[in-house]
Design a protein around this ligand. Structure first.
Ligand code: XXG
Ligand code: FE2
Length: 400
């Protein structure tokens, strides 16, 4: 099945890197042409055929002014900041159990990274009054991209904030925005490079996490989120869809399956942070350790093999309920003619290739997000209802 309007990701990725010609509208019109795109049967919900206004989290349409500007050149999803309510307990979970390396530590914050990460951190855990997402941070290619980010989001009518180097430890000057989807998003270029840990096998524990792989966000309008990220130069690797609707999409800048993915539901909320491990046995070992410690309740879904992405995975919940995925062995997406792989929402293998059921909490529960003012943002409910909708796109309770 072909979802109308979703471009070959290769074409879109190249365009995202080509300076001076990537306005949102031009990306839409020039690069939704693999196969013969059809008009989407649900008016306004088709990602990309007609100019689809980006819908802000509060339901209002964002200004179209950014379409004449150049978006920032995003390199990859780089780090996230989470507010946690008991930093000692979080340290036990993320450092002692999962095995993250500690780059720096303060009374109220921990800066963590995987063993392959060459910059300061992939995760900041900050003590806060309630569990929440503080920021999703993307690394950009140059210092000039900070100006592009600021102009791009200001033109969309979004709140933006220029932050001096060191506003987050280890990170250079940055731009934070409340994006049109309602998420606190940071763009940064410069970062400190701490000691290289790639061959410090002697330090490794838990699942030996290597690096951040992706963010997964919950949004009430998946097609709108798709369009927003496509305007930023992201390419699409895989979708879940039917003839009426886009249920989920995986989009990338680095040459893997994704840097960001969308789960349909009340949003803005953070669904999970995905961290890469090199081998499936590292993920299985962590599950064994959790069992030995009688901490198996932290395992929410899996381990298993995804249909989408082909990755081997497990989802855990941290002491605050933040969801983390340990993920390995997805595939290369950097070829210029790489095609979008489209899953039918009715395929029971889409979310677990072996047909195992997806637990209800995985669809229903997620982390609230903070605005730039530090306050929890209200959410908007998923509005469209389709025949197969239960939670986001249906539970796989049939094991056919
Ligand atoms: O990273 C992912 C996910 O977004 O966490 C979920 C890859 C695949 C899936 S899915 O559950 O759709 O197979
Ligand atoms: Fe994921």
């Amino acid at each position: 099945m072909e979802h109308p309007g979703i471009a070959s990701q290769g074409a879109s990725a190249r365009e995202g890197r080509r300076r001076g010609s990537v306005g949102g509208a031009r990306v839409r019109t020039e690069h939704c042409v693999r196969g013969q795109p059809r008009r989407h049967p649900v008016a306004g919900a088709g990602p990309g055929l007609a100019p689809t206004p980006v819908t802000r989290a509060d339901g209002t349409a964002a200004a179209a002014g950014a379409s004449v500007l150049t978006p920032p050149d995003v390199v990859r999803s780089a780090y996230a900041e989470l507010a946690v309510t008991d930093l000692d307990r979080s340290r036990w979970f993320w450092v002692d159990l999962l095995g993250f390396a500690v780059t720096a530590e303060e009374d109220d914050a921990l800066y963590l990274r995987g063993y392959d990460e060459l910059t300061h951190h992939n995760l900041v855990l900050r003590q806060g009054p309630e569990a929440a997402l503080g920021a999703l941070a993307y690394r950009v290619r140059s210092a000039e991209d900070l100006d592009r980010a600021e102009a791009w989001f200001a033109a969309l009518g979004c709140a933006t904030e220029r932050r001096p180097a060191g506003a987050v430890r280890g990170i250079g000057e940055a731009v934070r925005v409340e994006d049109p989807l309602g998420f606190p998003v940071e763009f940064f270029f410069a970062a400190e490079h701490p000691e290289r840990l790639i061959q410090r096998y002697d330090l490794r524990r838990g699942a030996e996490p290597a690096r951040l792989d992706h963010f997964n966000i919950v949004v009430p309008d998946v097609a709108g989120a798709f369009e927003h990220y496509r305007s930023l130069g992201f390419s699409c690797s895989e979708t879940i869809e039917d003839e009426h609707r886009l249920y989920a999409a995986w989009m990338f800048r680095k040459q893997s399956v994704h840097d960001v993915a969308f789960t349909g539901g009340a949003g803005p909320r953070l669904h999970h942070l995905g961290f890469f491990a090199h081998e499936a046995h590292q993920i299985l070992h962590l599950c064994d350790v959790l069992g030995s410690l009688d901490e198996q309740a932290h395992i929410e879904r899996g381990p298993g093999r995804h249909g989408v992405s082909n990755a081997f995975y497990v989802y855990l919940r941290d002491p605050d309920g933040h969801r983390v995925e340990l993920y390995t062995s997805d595939y290369f997406t950097g070829d210029p003619d790489h095609e979008v792989f489209r899953w039918s929402v009715r395929d029971p293998r889409r979310r677990d290739f072996w047909g195992n059921a997806v637990v209800a909490s995985w669809y229903a529960e997620a982390t609230p997000v903070l605005g730039l003012d530090g306050k929890v943002r209200p959410t908007t409910e998923l509005t469209e209802v389709a025949e197969v909708t239960v939670g986001a796109d249906g539970f796989s309770e049939d094991r056919r």
